[in-house]
Design a protein around this ligand. Structure first.
Ligand code: SAH
Length: 293
């Protein structure tokens, strides 16, 4: 089949194609489609420029295929996981003729990603590139990181506030549990801002594109990874409390033991989670590991 040369950032084109297939936008699924023509080429270029090797890209949520198309033009293989089956006839139309595309109907939080990677990206460097559905930003990013999948970089559009938090420096006011998690697995940085007017329908918030580079991971001597993330979660879940109080109430471990661990880790009893460095959080979880039973 021939490739169609639809301009997928042109609202009248989007409306016509969706209308032809009887599809309407679903706000609930985070469907705000990009109508600014410069954004997707920039995202796809960011992937392309990251490697000279064969490139496989996992996309999450195709919409009408605006980013998918830019990725297909530049990369060897694109697999896109899309939840909304109503979009499939639209995508088969807008992306017809691209033989390097596989569309999978599924939920990115549930699908077996190891299998997807093994089946489609053999011998390639693998990237994630997506305009994320914002209602699941943190769970998606956490899943992509925690499963230790062989991604080189994750390049995604997120809400500006989420981007600021993900790229914050650990130990500053902007940092949170997700900042620590991201830092543990990757190096995060913002690539560029995207204004709310770049979308249709225009959302109430601005966005940005961030990059998580999994090849630039810090080396943290964590004894028990699960306990480390429990510690981080408990410490940040009550940000206004001291670390001692937040951990005592959040971890189901006696306060005296937590106090001992806090002391052994060289952390002040009055410190709050947001003031702690990566090294202090690692020490803290390792000391809790030693006193917990
Ligand atoms: N990439 C497109 C669309 C982004 S909107 C663009 O840039 O315009 C987010 C997309 O994610 C929508 O297509 C929505 O249907 C899809 N989506 C929402 N929840 C999902 C989930 N759990 N798994 C996979 N896709 C999902």
């Amino acid at each position: 089949m021939d490739k169609k040369n639809y301009t997928l950032t042109d609202l009248s084109v989007i409306k016509r194609v969706m209308g032809e297939h009887g599809v309407t936008f679903s706000k609930g699924l985070g469907q705000n489609f990009l109508v600014n023509p410069t954004v997707c080429p920039k995202m796809a270029e960011a992937v392309r420029e990251s490697t000279d090797n064969k490139t496989g890209v996992l996309e999450i949520g195709a919409g009408v295929g605006v980013l998918t198309k830019e990725l297909l033009e530049r990369c060897d293989k694109v697999v896109c996981v899309e939840l909304d089956t109503r979009l499939f006839p639209v995508l088969n139309d807008t992306l017809s003729g691209y033989e390097n595309l596989t569309l999978i109907n599924g939920d990115i939080l549930k699908i077996d990603l190891k299998k997807v990677i093994a089946e489609h990206f053999d011998g390639m460097e693998v990237f994630v590139c997506a305009n994320l559905p914002y209602y699941i930003t943190s769970p998606v990013i956490m899943r992509l990181l925690e499963e230790k999948l062989p991604f080189k970089k994750i390049i995604v559009m997120v809400q500006k506030e989420a981007g600021d938090r993900l790229c914050a420096k650990v130990g500053t006011r902007e940092s949170g549990a997700v900042t620590v998690a991201v830092n543990y697995y990757a190096k995060a940085r913002k690539l560029f801002d995207v204004s709310r007017g770049s979308f249709f329908p225009s959302p109430k918030v601005d966005s940005c594109v961030i990059e998580l580079d999994l090849t630039q991971k810090g080396d943290y001597p964590v004894i028990d990874e699960k306990l480390f993330f429990q510690t981080v979660k408990a410490a940040f879940s009550q940000r206004r409390k001291t670390v001692l109080n937040a951990l005592s109430s959040g971890m189901g471990i006696e306060k005296s033991k937590i106090a001992q661990a806090v002391k052994n880790a060289g952390v002040s009893e009055n410190a709050r989670a947001e003031a702690l460095t990566m090294e202090q959080l690692v020490n803290l979880s390792n000391e809790i590991f030693k006193v917990k039973d």
